[in-house]
Design a protein around this ligand. Structure first.
Ligand code: PLP
Length: 368
């Protein structure tokens, strides 16, 4: 009865693509986490989480539309909207929930979604759920994007351009000026996933979009607290009309118990801390560029620019896995990525503001 499952796993193993869960042991240096601001173990976040849990309980007891709502959620949403420069915001239980829920409630088979090919899996899931036609352009290829837009103008009820702003697996940035221009020219909606940018990009760290004049009536910003904010949960920042549609239509918002108060307390605390970290953000970019250059000088092929996510490409999964294991033997943890997560095998080195010069030197020594 289960033979097809077994065969599937055997096939993955043979292709060196089998995933398994491991608890890393003896890690001295961690370059694998998305905790870019080093907040996940911050005493301030922990204390804010405990305090909020003491006041509001360990669980939120129901969906926001039933017993789960409180000022805790409303106040945090108002703050997110202010700092994102949007009319409104709405919290989700995770970034994944936000992407699949938003797409499936805003778009349908009469709409067209146009994706950067390297968009996150949660955006692909959302597109599949809503049934809209999906067309894709090569990563950051805005000439190809415009070609698609020209060929499809006026053929759909709504066209939405959707892109990550800081690409989490490639460490590069979308060109928001061009995306905004194309969105206005071809009258599309613009959906920006700021999951990896929140905390480390844009004005006061509140996402790449804050550095641009975007038409807020056609733009939807999505983010998460699970990366630089060291907590958990997701959000959308948008106009009030879209928020009201989501409250009335979005399954992952309507039919799921609201985030635990601890998460809101910790996330709201992290959100406030973000604006105090300008110097650290600049230092992080400087260190990242230094490491990229040093890796290139050693003959490695790195991707991205000006971000703390540094992918190192390899020709084969075997070669990448050997490097990863060798680093691990030295107590250094990096992520090893392969298909279908990314198109080519790579190590993903993620820096955070807690890494010091000797950590980088040790990493480089182990890779040389
Ligand atoms: C670009 C992007 N969007 C959305 C998500 C989902 O966010 P969360 O981890 O909060 O579910 C991720 C997480 O990996 C991501 O990288």
């Amino acid at each position: 009865m289960f033979a097809h499952y077994t065969n599937y796993l055997i096939k993955l193993q043979k292709a060196n693509l089998l995933r398994s869960l491991e608890v890393p042991k003896q890690v001295r240096l961690d370059f694998s986490s998305n905790d870019y601001l080093g907040l996940a173990n911050s005493p301030s976040l922990l204390e804010a989480g405990y305090e909020t849990a003491r006041l509001y309980g360990s669980g939120s007891t129901g969906s926001r539309l039933l017993s789960g709502n409180s000022n805790l959620f409303e106040d945090f949403e108002a703050q997110i909207a202010t700092d994102s420069r949007t009319e409104s915001a709405l919290l989700f239980n995770s970034g994944f929930d936000a992407n699949i829920g938003i797409f499936s409630s805003l778009f349908d088979k009469n709409d067209l979604m146009i994706f950067d090919k390297l968009n996150h899996a949660s955006m692909y899931r959302g597109a599949a759920l809503c049934g809209a036609k999906l067309l894709r352009y090569n990563h950051l290829d805005y000439i190809m994007l415009e070609h698609i837009l020209k060929n499809n103008a006026n053929k759909y009820k709504t066209i939405v351009l959707a892109s990550e702003t800081l690409f989490g697996m490639d460490g590069d940035l979308a060109d928001l000026k061009t995306l905004a221009h194309l969105s206005t020219t071809y009258n599309t909606m613009l959906y920006l996933d700021e999951a990896h940018a929140i905390g480390i990009q844009g004005q006061d760290g509140y996402g790449l979009a804050t550095g641009f004049e975007l038409d807020k009536n056609r733009t939807i910003l999505m983010g998460t607290f699970s990366k630089a904010l060291g907590s958990t949960g997701g959000y959308v920042a948008c106009n009030t009309l879209i928020k009201n549609i989501l409250i009335n239509r979005c399954p992952s918002f309507i039919y799921s118990t609201a985030l635990a108060p601890f998460c809101i307390g910790a996330s709201a605390c992290a959100w406030e801390i973000v604006k105090t970290k300008t110097k650290e953000r600049m230092g992080l970019i400087e260190t990242s560029n230094g490491l990229r250059n040093a890796l290139n000088a050693l003959g490695y092929n790195t991707l991205g620019n000006n971000t703390p996510i540094i992918p190192v490409q390899f020709n084969s999964c075997d070669e990448m896995t050997r490097k990863k294991e060798n680093l691990y033997k030295n107590g250094i943890l990096v992520s090893g990525l392969r298909r279908p997560t990314v198109p080519s095998p790579r190590l993903r080195i993620a820096l955070n503001i807690k890494h010091i010069e000797s950590d980088i030197t040790e990493l480089l020594k182990a890779l040389s």
